[in-house]
Ligand binder design. Sequence first.
Ligand code: ZN
Length: 199
Amino acid sequence: MDLDPIIRAVQTAVGVDSDGRPGTDTWTAIYKKVVPNKALPAESTAAVDDRSERVIATLLPEVQPYARALIGKASAAGIIIKVISGLRTYDEQNDLYAQGRGKPGRIVTNARGGYSNHNFGIAFDIGVFESGKYLDESPKYKAVGALGTDLGLEWGGNWKTIQDEPHFQLRPRWAADLSERDMLAELRSRKDSGKAVYA
Ligand SMILES: [Zn+2]
């Protein structure tokens, strides 16, 4: 099936340039149509620090505005956060997995390469900072979790098994009813075949 005319028709219907290459504008317009009850992540007026910007740049274009919006919302609530971890390659994930399992350090993940949402550019971790100092634990993580959920992000603090309060991810719509395991399987297959994550 040739998707190009379909994409262009959707772009025309939602009122953006029908260039056949859906980016932020197209996705924003579609989002407004199909998710009417969720507030779109507002363009953040808060300045995003350089470190966060470098990490945000590793995320998929669809996810980047959410990360910036979260920084803005937190800042408006008097909480300073930075985005400290974004995309990880399978190799980087495997290195992280080895930590505490033969490699020095404590266990920080149960996901091998290809089994973390970080491997697909849809997940990021934040750090809470106070007076320029990173806080490993703080009740503020919960507060930021609620802000992220408001934006339409999934928050690791809501996970049943291993709670991961610094973690946020943007679930693709096709995965709305999928288990985490099935979503990851589809993400791996899309990556292998070069298919877009949010298509
Ligand atoms: Zn994470």
